[in-house]
Design a protein around this ligand. Structure first.
Ligand code: IDP
Ligand code: MG
Length: 130
């Protein structure tokens, strides 16, 4: 959950939707990312025109990283959150209902199971996971 989610006090509502969709919460915490952490997390987007704004946004307040588990997790989570830009997101999705714009879009989502494992290990030690 991104800083806009935390600022809007939507952590509970967003997490409830995720759990109702059948995901198990394997790990969860609240953190303030440093610039270096945000740059590293989004390194794949380095050089894109939105990169600096994205890092600024992701360090503008607390984030709530959540490690999730489910069969078909990546595809099902993408369906649940909707398109990157809330204007393009399907009705009833988390981003359609809560996000302001393409940059401030409430939640992150891993794009593959492989990257999901890397991203979970970016935020969580083994002792912090079920
Ligand atoms: P995703 O979060 O749906 O996987 P990505 O394309 O991987 O979308 O982009 C990562 C994040 O970078 C987005 O969630 C959004 O916060 C930001 N972002 C992506 N494209 C744009 C853009 O065109 N303008 C502003 N921010 C963007
Ligand atoms: Mg992505």
């Amino acid at each position: 959950m991104k800083p806009d989610c935390v600022r809007k006090n939507l952590q509970g509502e967003v997490l409830a939707r995720i759990q109702q969709a059948g995901f198990t919460v394997v790990g969860m915490k609240q953190i303030n990312m440093t610039k270096a952490m945000a740059e590293g997390f989004y390194a794949v987007h380095k050089g894109r025109p939105f990169f600096d704004g994205l890092v600024e946004f992701m360090t503008s307040g607390a984030c709530v990283p959540v490690a999730l588990e489910k069969d078909n997790a990546v595809a099902d989570y993408r369906t649940l959150i909707g398109a990157t830009d809330p204007k393009d997101a399907a009705p009833g999705t988390i981003r359609k209902d809560f996000a302001d714009n393409k940059g401030e879009n409430i939640v992150h989502g891993s794009d593959s199971a492989e990257n999901g494992i890397i991203e979970v290990s970016y935020f969580f030690a083994q002792t912090e996971l079920l």
